[in-house]
Structure formats: C-alpha cells, structure tokens
Design a binder for this molecule. Structure first.
Ligand code: DGL
Length: 286
C-alpha cells in the first residue's frame, strides 16, 4: 500500500444525522484517522422507504464519498446496511463496512441464553437482517425484532430525558422484556443516544449492543489487514457534508456528539445523481 493511499480519509455515510454516533466510535477507536461524513438530510428518513429506493440513495451517497477519494466506506445506517451492502460491494473497489455483520458477530459473543432482541427502523426489522446474520453464528438462536420508529424524531428533538420518551420506550420494549432476552441490539444509529433510558427499561442485567462499537472495530481490523492504517500521529480531521440546511445539522450534531462541530457543507442532490452515473459507469467499464 503506497503512502498516499494510507493517508486518505475514511468515508462514513448515513441517511441523516444518526451516523454521528458511529463517527464518535470510529474517532475514539482510531483517533489519527481522518473522516469524511456524508448525511443525506434532505431525504431522511430511509427507514420507511422501499428497499429499491434505499439502494438507489445508498449508491448516490457512496458515490459522493468515492468522489472525495476515501479509502474505505462505512455505512453508518442500519437501514442501508440491511439491504444495500452487496450492491455497494459490487459497485465500489474499496472496503465497505456495514453495521449488521459486525453487530451480529459481537452480539453472538455476548449472549449466554441465546435469546436476543433487536430494535430498529421498520425497514431494518422487515428485512430481518440481524436475525439472518445471528443465525450464521448461533443455529438455535431466538430473535425478537421490533420496529421503534418514534425513537428517531424523539432523539432528533433532543428529548432524551423526558417522561414521554420513557413512556414510548416502555411501550415498545414491553414485548422484548417479556421474552426474557439477555442481549438487545440497538439496530438504528440514533438509538445509542437513548442508551440510558433503554437500559433503565430493559433492566441492567440485559446487555445493550451499540453496533457502532462493533463497526469501529471492524474498520480497524479491515484497515490493518489491508495495511491501510494512517501513519499520522496527529488527531484526524472530520469533514461534514449534508444535502439539506447545514445549520439544522450543526445544531442536532451537538445531541449526537456532545460537542459543537465546524463547517458543514451542503451538497446538491442533482450533483449527487450525476456523480453516481459517472462513477458507477466508470467502475463498470474497468
Ligand atoms: N440512521 C437510520 C438507521 O440506522 C435511521 C434513520 C432513518 O430512518 O433514516 O437505520
């Protein structure tokens, strides 16, 4: 691997802002790596859209990161990870790391009773991506999946420690608690923000899995296996790009990262579509 390749940034994309919980994990696991974050804030949420639409958007989002010359792509969105990983790996020549495979592998190590809960968007739950992946590790696993769509707006509103959020969580999680799960996968990148509320409701003996931690470890393992880790000793830079108003993203970013962020650049959706056509065509004619 030549020097220039190693010093490229890691690309991270999400349907909007939730992927910042993954950025936080990557930045803490790999502090010297630079990151380019892309959030499709104009078209969020993806969790209620069809698989075809999600794949189409994912190819456009990833094309932007390829245009920015990244060395790897992290799909920091469970919804996209549950449907678009094979297509992304087919179209792009860089490592593509999703949330589901590392999250399931990590969970398989954590469970003792083999009774696992998964919460996520409707799309993630309907695709049963976590169940399928968990079965690769534990044949006789019991998995209960539950869509919790109201969590996303509650988090984006910053309603973390409110009674209404606890009520919603109690309602969503009742069934899972009744099923005596010992491990619960937070299968949406927004949910780690609600970690404490969820833990309070499911009880402290239930292990909560933040797939972002597992994904950050998978990024580290892939970069190391391919000899692509940066040589830099300085703290990596993080650049932010979104498809809607940067000011709104900046404000909400505080909820996810616990700190303010610098410049956020807006990218036009038409430009994104053009990029996808150009990059995917070039890759296909190689
Ligand atoms: N970030 C998405 C996920 O992890 C949730 C938001 C959406 O529906 O787009 O599934």
């Amino acid at each position: 691997m030549n020097f220039m390749e190693k010093e490229k940034s890691i690309g991270v994309f999400d349907s909007g802002i939730g992927g910042l919980t993954v950025v936080k994990r990557i930045a803490s696991a790999l502090p010297n790596e630079s990151i380019i974050y892309f959030g499709d804030t104009a078209r969020v949420p993806y969790g209620s859209k069809s698989n075809e639409t999600v794949i189409e958007y994912a190819l456009e989002d990833a094309s932007f990161l390829i245009h920015k010359n990244v060395k790897a792509i992290v799909v920091a969105c469970n919804t996209v990870s549950s449907v678009a990983i094979p297509e992304l790996r087919k179209r792009f020549n860089v490592p593509v790391i999703g949330m589901i495979e590392p999250g399931a592998a990590y969970t398989a190590k954590m469970t003792t009773s083999k009774r696992i809960g998964v919460i996520g968007t409707r799309a993630t739950v309907n695709n049963k991506a976590y169940s399928k992946n968990l079965r690769k590790y534990i044949e006789d696993v019991f998995v209960i999946e539950k869509a919790c769509p109201l969590f996303v707006p509650l988090v984006e509103e910053g309603w973390i420690n409110k009674e209404v959020t606890r009520q919603v969580a109690r309602e969503y999680l009742r069934e899972l608690v009744e099923q005596k799960i010992d491990t619960l996968i937070l299968g949406c990148t927004h949910y780690p923000v609600l970690y404490d509320v969820i833990q309070e409701i499911v009880g402290k003996e239930t292990v909560l899995v933040d797939s972002g931690i597992a994904a950050a470890e998978a990024v580290r393992a892939d970069l190391s296996r391919l000899g692509m880790e940066t040589n830099s000793r300085a703290r990596g830079r993080i650049e932010y790009f979104v498809t809607d108003i940067p000011a709104t993203f900046k404000e909400a970013a505080q909820i996810f990262l616990g700190k303010t962020i610098g410049e956020v650049v807006r990218i036009d959706l038409e430009f994104l579509k053009e990029l996808k056509l150009r990059i995917i065509e070039t890759n296909n004619t190689k």
